[in-house]
Structures are given as structure tokens and as C-alpha cells.
Design a protein around this ligand. Structure first.
Ligand code: CTP
Length: 199
């Protein structure tokens, strides 16, 4: 075993950054390691840990919009070994974990909170119920909820089925490519800001 990870590819976050930039928005993309090419017109800030991601996101504030699409690990190793861990006895070593910062929650409660804070909810059961609770728990405005059970192929795949959860209710979006979903989100964001402007 070389590392423990999830199958998130970064495709959705990159597609969203690209779609927002294509619509004329100034976009900073804070991304963990990925195979995805950097979208045109986007300022890339590469990071390797949750703390680095939080630092880079805070450095990019103030902003009008925050979209948190990264599948951030909830936990990290409490103390990384300086030396190789040698086998001793038969029992596998116990991994001591400690909690990572919650970037979405931090941004949603930030002194420089963006006007619109959007998160994702990766769920494998009770998708909508969990997403509705997650929106309130994180303090964000919108949650894009999806089922990431292995059978759906969402994690790492090109397609997604999203549900937009807002204070006003739930809107189920059609099964689509992550690029199509990114353009739909961009359109929804643009409509939201033009409504705010006209209010
Ligand atoms: N997220 C984050 N920082 C973390 C963990 C998650 O910013 N340390 C963000 C994700 O980018 C996503 C949202 O929080 O926008 C929900 O992530 P998800 O993995 O679905 O939920 P968790 O916060 O991990 O909650 P739970 O484990 O209870 O499902």
C-alpha cells in the first residue's frame, strides 16, 4: 500500500473553473494533484494538502463567489514518520489520524465571506437528506449533491447527476457530462448575480 485516497479526479472542479472563466469571470483555481489540464484563462494555485488548500483559498479572498468542489480528505496522519516504518511483530500499525480543516465551512463563516458560497455533497446513501443537512451544517448558500456510490462511476468519471440544494428547495439536474454541469452552474450563478444586481 503506497497511499490511501479517494477516486476523485478533479474533473468537476476544473470544468467549473473553465466554464466560469469562459463566461468572463476572473477565476483562481486551487487544486490538489490532478491529471486535468489547466483551463484557459484560469489562475492555477497547485496545492498538496488540505491546509495548503485553505491557505491558498484565503489568500484569494475577497471574491464574489466560492465553489468548493474538491474531495478533501476529512483526516490526515497525526504525525508523519521521519523514517521508514519497519515491520515489527504481526500486528499492522495503527494509523493515528487528526482532522483536516473544513475549507467550505471556513469560507462560509469567513470575515471576507463571498456573496455566494457553493459546496458539493458527495453521498452514497440518502443523498438529498444528507445534502440538505450538509448545507445547513456548512453554512453555505448552495450545495450540489451527487451520488458517488462506485456503481454510478461519478468519482473519476465524465458524467454526473447533480441536485441543486438551496434555501428555496431542491432542483434535480439531468444526467450530464461534468462540462455540461459546469456550464449549467455558471448560468445559474450568472442569473443569481444579475437578479441581485437588479433587486
Ligand atoms: N470540504 C471541505 N473541506 C473538508 C472536507 C470537505 O471544504 N475538509 C467540502 C467539499 O469540497 C464539499 C463539501 O465540503 O464542497 C462536502 O464534502 P463531503 O465530502 O461531501 O462532506 P464532508 O464534509 O466530508 O462530510 P461527511 O463526511 O459527513 O459526508
Amino acid at each position: 500500500m503506497r497511499y490511501i485516497a479517494n477516486r476523485s479526479s478533479g474533473k468537476q472542479g476544473h470544468a467549473i473553473a473553465g466554464a466560469l472563466a469562459a463566461a468572463g469571470m476572473r477565476v483562481t483555481l486551487v487544486s490538489g494533484p490532478t491529471q486535468e489540464p489547466t483551463p484557459a484563462g484560469v489562475l492555477l494555485k497547485p496545492v498538496e494538502s488540505a491546509q495548503q488548500m485553505l491557505d491558498a483559498v484565503e489568500a484569494a479572498l475577497p471574491a464574489d463567489l466560492f465553489v468548493g468542489a474538491a474531495a478533501v480528505a476529512d483526516w490526515r496522519i497525526a504525525s508523519a514518520a521521519e523514517q521508514k516504518l519497519k515491520k515489527s511483530g504481526d500486528a499492522p500499525p495503527a494509523l493515528q489520524l487528526t482532522e483536516n480543516p473544513d475549507i467550505l465551512k471556513t469560507v462560509a463563516h469567513h470575515a471576507q465571506r463571498p456573496a455566494l458560497v457553493v459546496g458539493f455533497a458527495a453521498e452514497t446513501e440518502k443523498v438529498l437528506e444528507h445534502a440538505v443537512a450538509k448545507r445547513l451544517r456548512k453554512g453555505c448558500d448552495w450545495i450540489l449533491a451527487n451520488d458517488v456510490s462506485p456503481a454510478t462511476g461519478t468519482f473519476g468519471g465524465d458524467y454526473t447527476s447533480l441536485n441543486l440544494v438551496t434555501a428555496g428547495g431542491i432542483e434535480t439536474w439531468p444526467h450530464a457530462t461534468k462540462t455540461e454541469a459546469a456550464y449549467r452552474l455558471t448560468q445559474t450563478v450568472a442569473t443569481y448575480f444579475s437578479t441581485l444586481r437588479d433587486a
